[in-house]
Every structure is written in structure tokens, then in C-alpha cells.
Design a protein around this ligand. Structure first.
Ligand code: ADP
Ligand code: MG
Length: 415
């Protein structure tokens, strides 16, 4: 079925055409009718399969039809997401798909100081995309009223219902009308979180696309066994062999972000990094630079693992294996989005093997091993610019006369 055959408002259809969306993806095909019927929904589909439009299209359609009639003011739909970057990205999707409709959307997140403006905007805003902490602040201070909300969407739902966020979400739900539609979307979910999600809604419909393998089928992913200290050489080699490719590298901590960047800089490779400790403007700028391709190597922590849609990332590298196995699925899912194919490599040190086992248990299969012969491995290390620089230094040292080498002053000739 093509989008042109759906009974959406004309403007939405035109916008879909402009975006080049001709046919719904599986998850869109399955969830749109259910959302239009007003059902609660738990929708699980792999990364990059168009979950955003799967809720944005029907929500826009429903709200547009209501806006046409006389209606009460107030926010009609809340979309909760874990990070600010994701709030902005999803807001953009709503804007693109909702262009020309009477539905207005807006995003708020931490770091924004215009609370009074938000109170003003409340009158004209139909859809608010937001992170839970900021949302909760605004609601508890009375800047936003949620008594007109009809639809609640939790994107990256398993993460939103996770320990870090569940408190805020529960508080928020108390402000929402009891009669509402609730939609959960994610690429991953476990049984415990599933039960929690069900406890928040009534008779939800569950839609799961490709339940057996949570990793996107567009991603060819494998593991390379590399000693911790050699990882930088392998990353360097990957960059050198693919100078025009966009590479997204995941590391465990902020400090590791900065270290890997420094290691790359030493061998003349430009990169940028992104982690939770950066101020907001920096984070957006970093992401934009990477999006535009002005810098092709981005080193990030798991703050960027979820939801971020940069369509032409060629490689994902797990420089460190993720500590939470579901993040493996999200990280490698930053490549291979939409119709594109992508490659993902995980650099696994011996000490990280238990993490690899946990990942394999989680995804229900073994990760393909890229075996490197000993010589191949040595070559990567030995041909590193860092090693070569080191060698050159040693050679230079050897060629320098000993007295210079040790800074010994020439002894005066005896008369
Ligand atoms: P997910 O949330 O499932 O990870 P996104 O909603 O971010 O995926 O969408 C991934 C990519 O697929 C986006 O770049 C989006 O523009 C594209 N996309 C979504 N729906 C369609 C469609 N029906 N046809 C073509 N491309 C689509
Ligand atoms: Mg998404």
C-alpha cells in the first residue's frame, strides 16, 4: 500500500511526497491504523525503521481533524524523549510532516530559560516534544497545564521507563487526564519494562516487527579482538582506509572520549567528541558538524546512542563495548538507517569478553568474529603513524651523535 492510498489530510500526504516517503515501512503500516482507532500501543521495531513517522503521521492527522472543529486550547499531545538532541530531531519531523496543517508543535528541554514564554505558547501549541525532567519542572511550577492532553507518546520507551526516568514519568502521568491514548515506541524492551508499560495503560495493542533479532537487518555487525592499548591503531587504520566515510565511535566515558580524540589528533586525524558533560550549544554544534560532514569522525558516549538519525553514517565503532547490552542494538543502529546499509565493528579486549557474552545473550545470537591473522594485527599496529613517528624518533635519535643525544657539551680539546 502506498501513502497516496491513505485517507490522511491532503497536507500530510503532500509533505510525505516532498520527503520522498512513498510507502509506509512495516512498523508504520502496522501501527498507523491502530493509532487512528485510538488504541494504546506498544510498538517495537528495529532501529532506523521509521518509528518517528509511525506516530507523527497519525497524531498529526488526528489533531488536524480536531483543530478544524472548534476545540479547547491546550497541549493535545506530549512526546517524551530521553535527550534534547532527540527532542529537536523529532520536533523537526513533526514540522516537516505537519507543514500546512493547523497543528503546531514545539520542543522544550533543559537549559532553556523562557518558562514564561512557554506559558504563553501553551495556548497555541498542540504537540509538545520534551525531556521528562524539564517537563516535570514546568508542570510543577504551573507553566504548562496538561489537562487537555489526549495522546502521550514515549519514544525510546524502555529507556523512559528505566530507573532514571520512571519517577518523573510517574509524576507527570498524575497530571494527565485518565482518559488518554498512550503510545510506546522502541527498538528494545525487556519483560520487566513491558509489564511496567502495561501497568500504565489499558488493553494495549502490541506490535512487534522482527521480534527475533533486535539488530537492524541493514547493519552488518562484527567483533574484532583487539587489545585495549591497540584499539587506537585499528581506529586509525579504519579512518585511513575510508577517508570519505562518516564514522561514529562509541566509548565508555567522557574521559575516554577526550583520550581517543587526542590519540587521533596525534596521528593527524581530526575528530570531534560529544558527551553528557558538554554544554547544550556545544552538543548541538558537534552533532551538526557531524551531520554536515565538516568533521567525519565523531567520538561519543551513550548519550548519542539512542534515536539520533543521521542518515549517512557509514560505520559505527564500539571502541569500548557497551555496559548495557541493549545499547549495543542502539549504537549499531546509528548506521543502516532507512534504506541504507551500514557496517559496525566492536573492538573487544579480553577483559571485555563478558560484556560481549551479555550482548550475545541479549540479541539471541553470536556476533560474527572478524579474525585477524597475527601478521595482519601486527601490521595495523606497526603501520600506525604513531608507531612510525615513534620509530622515526628512535632512528633520528640513533643518527644523532651521542654527545648531542644526551646534551653533553663537547669537551674542549686539550691543548
Ligand atoms: P527509528 O525511530 O525507527 O530509529 P526514524 O524515525 O529516525 O527511525 O527514521 C529513520 C529514517 O527513515 C529517517 O531518516 C526517516 O526520514 C526515514 N523514513 C521514515 N519513514 C520512511 C518511509 N516511509 N519511506 C522512506 N524513508 C522513511
Ligand atoms: Mg526513533
Amino acid at each position: 500500500m502506498r501513502f497516496s492510498q491513505y485517507h490522511f489530510v491532503e497536507e500530510i500526504k503532500e509533505n510525505l511526497e516532498k520527503l520522498g516517503f512513498k510507502k509506509p515501512t512495516d512498523i508504520q503500516y502496522k501501527s498507523i491504523p491502530s493509532i487512528l482507532k485510538g488504541e494504546d500501543l506498544l510498538a517495537i521495531a528495529q532501529t532506523g525503521t521509521g518509528k518517528t513517522a509511525a506516530f507523527a503521521i497519525p497524531v498529526l492527522h488526528i489533531l488536524h481533524s480536531k483543530v478544524n472543529r472548534k476545540r479547547e486550547d491546550g497541549i493535545k499531545c506530549i512526546v517524551m524523549v530521553p535527550t534534547r538532541e532527540l527532542a529537536i530531531q523529532i520536533h523537526e519531523v513533526f514540522q516537516k510532516l505537519g507543514k500546512g496543517t493547523r497543528v503546531t508543535s514545539f520542543s522544550v528541554f533543559g537549559g532553556v530559560e523562557q518558562a514564561p514564554q512557554i506559558a504563553k505558547l501553551e495556548k497555541g501549541i498542540d504537540i509538545l516534544i520534551t525531556t521528562p525532567g524539564r517537563m516535570f519542572d514546568l508542570v510543577s511550577q504551573g507553566f504548562i497545564h496538561l489537562n487537555r492532553v489526549e495522546i502521550l507518546v514515549l519514544d525510546e520507551a524502555d529507556h523512559m521507563l528505566d530507573r532514571g526516568f520512571i519517577g518523573d514519568i510517574r509524576q507527570l502521568i498524575r497530571f494527565l487526564p485518565r482518559k488518554r491514548q498512550t503510545l510506546f515506541f522502541s527498538a528494545t524492551i525487556d519483560d520487566e519494562i513491558k509489564d511496567l508499560a502495561y501497568s500504565l495503560v489499558h488493553n494495549p495493542v502490541r506490535i512487534q516487527v522482527s521480534p527475533k533479532d533486535p539488530v537492524s537487518r541493514n547493519v552488518d555487525h562484527s567483533v574484532v579482538f583487539v587489545a585495549m592499548d591497540d584499539k587506537r591503531f585499528f581506529l586509525e587504520r579504519l579512518v585511513q582506509e575510508h577517508p570519505d566515510s562518516k564514522i561514529l565511535v562509541f566509548v565508555r566515558t567522557k574521559v575516554r572520549c577526550e583520550r581517543v580524540q587526542a590519540a587521533m589528533a596525534r596521528v593527524g586525524i581530526e575528530s570531534i567528541f560529544m558527551h553528557g558533560g558538554k554544554v547544550q550549544e556545544d552538543r548541538l554544534e558537534v552533532l551538526n558538524q557531524f551531520r554536515r560532514g565538516t568533521v567525519k569522525l565523531l567520538i561519543a558516549t551513550d548519550v548519542s546512542a539512542r534515536g539520533i538519525d543521521i542518515p549517512d553514517v557509514d560505520f559505527v565503532v564500539n571502541y569500548d563495548l557497551p555496559e548495557h547490552p541493549e545499547n549495543y542494538v542502539h549504537r549499531v543502529g546509528r548506521t543502516g538507517r532507512g534504506m541504507k546499509k551500514g557496517l559496525a565493528y566492536s573492538f573487544c579486549d579480553d577483559a571485555e569478553k563478558p560484556l560481549l557474552t551479555a550482548i550475545e545473550e541479549y540479541i539471541g545470537k553470536q556476533v560474527k568474529v572478524l579474525a585477524l591473522a597475527k601478521e595482519g594485527y601486527r601490521e595495523v599496529v606497526d603501520l600506525s603513524a604513531d608507531t612510525i613517528l615513534d620509530l622515526k624518533k628512535i632512528v633520528a635519535d640513533l643518527e644523532t651523535p651521542p654527545n648531542k643525544r644526551y646534551g653533553v657539551k663537547k669537551a674542549k680539546k686539550m691543548k
